[in-house]
Structure formats: structure tokens, C-alpha cells
Design a protein around this ligand. Structure first.
Ligand SMILES: *[C@@H]1O[C@H](CO)[C@@H](O)[C@H](O)[C@H]1NC(C)=O
Ligand SMILES: *[C@@H]1O[C@H](CO)[C@@H](O)[C@H](O)[C@H]1NC(C)=O
Ligand SMILES: *[C@@H]1O[C@H](CO)[C@@H](O)[C@H](O)[C@H]1NC(C)=O
Ligand SMILES: *[C@@H]1O[C@H](CO)[C@@H](O)[C@H](O)[C@H]1NC(C)=O
Length: 717
């Protein structure tokens, strides 16, 4: 007899128990189960589906039906049932705190037992073992022997190929499925996703389906383009390996953080198209960090220090040991758990330092501060705590506890990598790989929160979402697409050189994204009336919004005997010249009227049989009817005139005198249907994003989207 087991390869919890059970059916009965890997999150709403003749089974029933073919000795079905349940609900959770309770239970159960039930493998082992195998958080737990009995049982069963082989069976099969899918896609002639660049590098020790990355913003401001890079990279790697992304608010400094920024960061991430698989807070782990700090003190690896700040700094610079370095464990414990914890006068004078080194050439290793008092109430934990872990102490611990496998951070932290590892090793925590990437800097751009705040306060910009700002909100408002940003970050990815980039690089990438899809419209600046002698009465025709992409749809084009063209175009015409009215045909100038040096009126006659390839001028135009819509076009310049403000230089000395330029225009009637955020092209003018719809007397406002070629009026690109 043969049946088919379909496994959803992208299920949040892959049905490893069913896979193992299938291997048992293969080896212990006449039946054989063929496996069908589906590269989806679910098959018919379940992580696995078993097809046996006419019947199909899903969920728990899959295991039950497979076990029906086990030899009698393996079944133990009634008793196994609670272990199946246990495996699925308790061993599959990724929250380490919850998981540890279940693990304690299992560990105790396995004391003096080689198998969960009786004296040989049963369905109970298959269910529990498979659940653990499928849980990324568990890999290191098994490896580091925290639960000796579980590790022993797990490793023993692993030697059986039906258990141990299941992971490679899965990864190999899924690699094959994906290769096949790619080949099919190529064969079917479907356009490849050309915008997706690829890193040439891989994450160290990354296992498909088990990678966990994190983006840990401090909830103290808006995200800027530098943060965006970190967020996009973390998301990219999580996706690349079918893993998970944690968004973690690094809220360990109550003096700087505010609740409102949490929401704004979530919104900024949404603008980047990023949603984490879960959202957590460093403050969730204050108790764990406190306990770990005590552990360090007890092992003589941390001490309380009340040396005044200035002196401490000097000592660190010069590699001199603090006078407090040899305090006893008892004294340190008393100060940390009573004085510092209570935020007493004595506590406030002290901080806790990790005892790493006095004179390590890497200054980050010179007894870094890991806890300090702060009496400001915390926006989540209130006044429960009066001291808080530092960033240096918090990050490795929370990364490890949360199951992060790869911590991506900017290269400025490189000196601190050894202390990150020191904490993991000395606290017996699970290893986390660190991967450094280069920070992005742009010319004529300030990223510092304080400096940007200055521009807001002085009224040089409207707010934090000003299109001249390098914030996520600002660049999105200026017309940057998520895809454009992603491609930029991905292209930058492996580079570790910090360079001062010109914005034109990123805007040119953005243009590649918008050009194939941006609908084409017409706008006329300083309209000059043109009389088309013998021209038509008003008629309306449907024309494609994008000549090369019919999917963009159609628009109404009004034809009429009176039209308008741009002043600049009118001025360039000559008597009797034959020129082209785009989307209409050729016309010949019969009369030019001038006022001063500008043309004030034009008369033409149509010459539709004329060859548009032979004309020098091809103009956009609009019918001079009530249909045309007033609009305002706005362009911007960099806020500062110097590429890079050096240390000691004051940015206030390099302000661009004028950074906002408004131009009135009229546009075709179709723009009335646009929504805020829509990106279009005004033909022969450039790309624009609708920032505000028309409102009463106020015309619709369009922001110019840089295309990588535009040049600043003040000499910058
Ligand atoms: C069971 O045997 C079939 C036929 O040989 C094979 O295709 C399938 O992969 C095996 N299943 C497992 C889980 O090893
Ligand atoms: C199981 O774990 C307990 C507690 O960790 C330990 O005392 C015991 O020796 C272990 N049993 C075996 C057989 O390893
Ligand atoms: C710290 O607070 C605890 C609990 O309120 C109290 O028992 C203890 O005496 C305090 N210690 C000091 C040194 O104030
Ligand atoms: C093993 O890893 C777990 C989870 O990461 C951690 O809580 C525990 O302290 C580690 N134990 C050892 C002995 O390394």
C-alpha cells in the first residue's frame, strides 16, 4: 500500500513528527509513504496532509493515521496522545520563558528513562522529538546541555536515521523543489525579477528555516535612512533563509525614551514595507538581566564602582585599575542589590562594571559599565526599577534569550564585538553570530537627531516628515519607493567601507523602479495660447497612460482648436516652423505674436500627414478648456551646501539660502483622480509624487522626485 504525505515547507511549525512517522512506516511495515514538499505556508490550511486512497487527513489525524500502520509495539497510541499534544502546543513555542517550563517537565520525566514511554521508541518520542527539531530556539539548548536528560535522549534518538536524517531529507528536498520552481519559471518565459539583486555573501552557519535576525531601534526618535538600511538588511536575511525577524524596542534608557516614538517607529517600518514576525522589548528582560548581573558578581566578574566619572574616564584611557576593582563579592552584592537597586544616595554614586580587563588594547574591553541608576520612571516598567542595564550588557543577553542567530550591526560597533562575546561566554549563553555592515552616509546630509531637531525648531523645514529630511518619512514623501530603497541597500550590502554617497545613486535606482509603471500626464508651465486654425471642436479620446505598459490603463485626452503650450516651448518656435504636438501630429506655425522678448500667442495649422521624425521640436500641450486643472509643482534642494561637515565645523555656517521652489502649472484633467502618494510622470518634465490633493482654492501639490540627474541650484547634485 502506498500513500502520500504533503508537507508545507514554510509552515511556522514544520510537521517534522509526521515526516519521522512516515519514515517509520516505510521501515516497519509493507506500506510506503511518498513525500510531497509544498513550498507554501500551509497545505489546505494545515502544516501537513496525508492522502490515503480516497481519504485525506490533516493536523493531528495525520500522525494518528500514520501510526495505524506501525507495528503493535510502537503504537502506544492512547498514551502517546498527550505527548503529541505536548509536542505541538508546548515544545513548539518560541518564547524561551514559556518553553523552559515545558522543558523542565520533559527533563524530569526523562530522568532514568531512555524513552518517553516504556522501553522503545513510540509515537510519543516521535511527536516530542520532531517538535523540538522543528523549533529553532531548541538547537542551542540541546547543544549546550542545559537539560541533560533531554539532550541525552535527543542525541540518542538522533543516531537513528529515521530521526537524524529528517532534517537533511527536508532541506535537500526543499532545495530541489525551489530549484525546480525556478527552472519552471524561467522555462515558462516569465520575466525574472530583475530588480532583486543578490548578496555575494552568506550568513555564517545559517540553516534554512532557522535564521532569526532582529532590528533593535531605541524608541527615541524617527527612523532615518541609516536605520532603514539596518531594518531592510535584517528583513532581507530573514526572508532569504525563510527565517524570522524580531523588531525589538531597545528601551533601557528611561531618560531618552517615549511611548509616542514606539508608534512612530512601527509606522516608519510600515513605510518601508517591514513587519516583524514579532515585536519585543528589552524591558521584558529586566529581571533576567538583573539575575545575570548578580551571577557575574557572584563569580567575581563584576564590581560596583563609585569612582567619579571624569576620573573613571581617565583611568580607562590610561589603563589604570579602579580603586574599587577588588571589592569583595559580599560588598558588591550589597551595593548592587540594595543601594543601586533601591536607587539610594549611595546607589546613585555607583555603577556596575564587568571585570574584563584593565589595559586591553581594545578600550571597549576595559571594564565596561553594565548597570547604572536612573530615577526617571520608565515608560513601560514605571518605578519598578531604579537602575538599568547599558546597551552593551543588554544586547548580547536579549539576542541570546530571544533566539537570535545572527546579529547584524553597523561597523562602528566592531570594537565592541569582543565584549559582546565575552558576555555570552561568561554568562553561559547561546552563541550569536555577529555580522557587521557599513553605515551609509550621504553628502550634504545630517543624520544627527539634535541637528535635525534644530531645523524643525527654526522653521527651516515643516516637520520630521519634510521631504528635505533623510528620515524614512521624508524620503518616502519625496517619492522614494520601498523597492528603490531595498535595491539600494541590497546593492550596498556586502560593502564594509563607509563612504559619503551622493544621493543621485539612490534616486537613479528609484527611477528604474518608477519609470516602467508611472502613468504619463501633461503639465504646462506659464501657458501660452495656441490657436489651431481649422482645428476640431472639443472631442475626448482614450489614450494609454504609459506607451510601453498597457497595464497602467487609459486616460482621457481632450482635443480642441485652442490649446496651450509652455512659455519656454513657445519662445523656441520660429516663423513657419513645422513641429510636433505629441499624441496628435505635426503643425506649422503661421503666426507668432511677441510681447517683449516672449512669445505671447501662436497660430498654427495642422499638418497631420507630416513626419514627426523630421521635426526639431516635439511639444506637450493641453486643450485650453475648463478641463485643465491648476497644480503646484515643488522642488527642493539640500539643506546644507557642504558635502561633509568636519568635526569642529558648525553646520549653521553652511545653510543653503533657499531650499524650496514653487512653480504654478496647469495639468490634464486625469490628475484629479490621483491619490496622495501616487507617483506619475509629467512628460518632458520629470517624475512627481502627489503630496496634497486640491482643496478648495488650493491647487493639488506635486513634489519633484529626483531622478539622479537633477542638479542643485547651488552646485550640488
Ligand atoms: C518512504 O519510501 C518512499 C519509497 O521508497 C520514498 O519515496 C520516501 O521518501 C520514503 N519516506 C521517508 C520519510 O523516508
Ligand atoms: C536527569 O536530570 C537530573 C536533573 O538535571 C539529573 O540529576 C539526573 O542525573 C539526570 N538523569 C540522567 C539519567 O542523566
Ligand atoms: C532596599 O529596599 C528593600 C525593600 O524595600 C529594603 O528591605 C531594604 O532595606 C532597602 N535597602 C536599603 C539599603 O535601603
Ligand atoms: C543554554 O542555552 C539556554 C538558552 O539559550 C540558556 O538559557 C542557558 O543558560 C544555556 N546553558 C548553558 C550551560 O550554556
Amino acid at each position: 500500500m502506498s500513500y502520500t504525505l504533503a508537507i508545507a515547507a514554510k509552515a511556522p511549525v514544520v510537521a517534522y513528527p509526521a515526516l519521522i512517522a512516515a519514515a517509520f512506516v516505510n521501515t516497519t511495515s509493507d506500506a510506503s509513504v511518498s513525500i510531497d514538499f509544498i513550498d507554501e505556508k500551509e497545505v489546505d490550511g494545515s502544516a501537513s496532509k496525508l492522502t490515503k486512497g480516497e481519504e485525506t487527513f490533516k493536523g493531528d489525524a495525520v500522525l494518528e493515521k500514520l501510526a495505524a500502520d506501525f507495528p503493535e509495539s510502537l503504537k502506544e497510541f492512547t498514551e502517546s496522545k498527550q505527548w503529541i499534544e505536548f509536542g505541538q502546543s508546548e515544545l513548539s513555542v518560541k518564547d524561551f520563558k514559556k518553553l523552559s517550563l515545558s522543558l523542565e517537565k520533559l527533563d524530569a520525566h526523562l530522568n532514568y528513562r531512555a524513552f518517553i514511554l516504556g522501553y522503545q521508541v513510540t509515537l510519543a518520542d516521535i511527536a516530542a522529538w520532531g517538535s523540538i527539531r522543528g523549533n529553532a530556539v531548541m538547537t542551542s539548548v540541546i547543544r549546550n546541555q542545559t537539560y541533560i536528560n533531554i539532550s541525552r535522549w535527543f542525541s540518542f534518538l538522533e543516531t537513528d536515521k529515521r530521526f537524524g536524517g529528517v532534517l537533511s531529507l527536508f532541506t535537500e528536498a526543499i532545495a530541489e523543489v525551489r530549484k525546480q520552481a525556478k527552472a519552471n519559471q524561467a522555462a515558462s518565459g516569465k520575466k525574472k525579477e530583475t530588480h532583486k539583486a543578490n548578496f555575494d555573501i552568506n550568513l555564517q552557519d545559517a540553516v534554512d528555516g532557522q535564521v532569526v535576525t532582529r532590528f533593535p531601534p531605541e524608541p527615541s526618535g524617527y527612523l532615518h535612512i541609516g536605520h532603514a538600511k539596518a531594518a531592510i538588511l535584517n528583513k532581507y536575511f530573514a526572508d532569504q533563509y525563510h527565517g524570522k525577524l524580531i523588531i525589538r524596542f531597545d528601551d533601557t534608557n528611561p531618560s531618552k525614551e517615549k511611548l509616542e516614538f514606539q508608534d512612530s517607529i512601527i509606522e516608519d517600518l510600515r513605510l518601508l514595507g517591514i513587519k516583524g514576525d514579532k515585536t519585543t522589548f528589552s524591558s521584558d528582560y529586566f529581571q533576567e538581566m538583573y539575575d545575570l548581573a548578580i551571577q557575574l558578581i557572584k563569580e567575581g566578574k563584576a564590581y560596583c564602582d563609585d569612582t567619579v566619572q571624569e576620573k573613571m574616564r581617565d583611568e580607562r584611557m590610561n589603563g589604570i585599575a579602579s580603586a574599587r576593582r577588588e571589592r569583595t563579592v559580599e560588598e558588591n552584592l550589597q551595593i548592587f542589590t540594595e543601594e543601586m537597586k533601591n536607587g539610594t544616595e549611595e546607589g546613585l554614586k555607583n555603577c556596575l562594571r564587568a571585570k574584563m580587563s584593565v589595559d586591553n588594547p581594545n578600550k571597549a574591553m576595559r571594564d565596561p559599565v553594565i548597570y547604572r541608576c536612573n530615577l526617571t520612571p520608565h515608560h513601560r516598567t514605571g518605578t519598578t526599577w531604579k537602575m538599568y542595564p547599558t546597551y552593551d550588557f543588554c544586547v548580547p543577553i536579549v539576542d541570546s534569550i530571544e533566539g537570535v542567530t545572527h546579529a547584524l550591526r553597523t561597523i562602528e560597533y566592531r570594537d565592541r564585538n569582543p565584549q559582546y562575546e565575552w558576555f555570552l561566554v561568561n554568562l553561559n549563553l547561546r552563541k550569536v553570530h555577529i555580522w557587521d555592515f557599513a553605515r551609509v552616509n550621504f553628502v550634504r546630509t545630517l543624520l544627527s537627531k539634535r541637528k535635525l531637531q534644530w531645523f524643525v525648531d527654526k522653521g527651516h523645514v515643516s516637520n520630521w516628515d519634510d521631504p528635505r529630511f533623510p528620515t524614512v518619512r521624508g524620503v518616502r514623501r519625496r517619492g522614494m519607493t520601498v523597492e528603490g530603497l531595498k535595491n539600494f541597500v541590497v546593492a550596498q550590502g556586502p560593502s564594509r567601507n563607509i563612504i559619503n554617497l551622493d544621493w543621485s545613486v539612490i534616486w537613479a535606482l528609484n527611477k528604474k523602479i518608477i519609470d516602467p509603471v508611472a502613468p504619463r500626464h501633461t503639465a504646462v508651465v506659464k501657458p501660452v495660447k495656441v490657436t489651431v486654425v481649422g482645428g476640431p471642436e472639443k472631442t475626448v479620446e482614450k489614450k494609454p497612460k504609459h506607451k510601453k505598459n498597457a497595464d497602467v490603463g487609459e486616460k482621457d485626452v481632450v482635443y480642441y482648436k485652442n490649446i496651450v503650450i509652455d512659455q519656454e516651448d513657445a519662445d523656441s518656435l520660429e516663423d513657419s516652423e513645422e513641429f510636433t504636438l505629441m499624441d496628435w501630429g505635426n503643425a506649422i506655425v503661421t503666426k507668432l505674436t511677441k510681447e517683449g522678448e516672449h512669445v505671447s500667442a501662436v497660430e498654427v495649422k495642422l499638418h497631420l500627414e507630416g513626419d514627426f521624425k523630421k521635426t526639431k521640436h516635439k511639444f506637450t500641450w493641453l486643450a485650453d478648456t475648463e478641463d485643465k486643472v491648476p497644480v503646484e509643482l515643488v522642488d527642493f534642494d539640500h539643506l546644507i551646501t557642504k558635502d561633509k561637515i568636519e568635526d569642529g565645523e558648525d553646520f549653521e555656517n553652511f545653510l543653503t539660502p533657499e531650499t524650496e521652489f514653487h512653480t504654478a502649472a496647469v495639468a490634464d484633467l486625469n490628475v484629479k483622480k490621483l491619490e496622495v502618494g501616487d507617483i506619475i510622470q509629467f512628460e518632458r518634465k520629470g517624475y512627481y509624487r502627489l503630496d496634497a490633493k486640491a482643496d478648495g482654492e488650493k491647487p493639488a501639490v506635486f513634489f519633484t522626485i529626483p531622478d539622479g540627474k537633477t542638479v542643485s541650484k547651488y552646485g550640488a547634485k
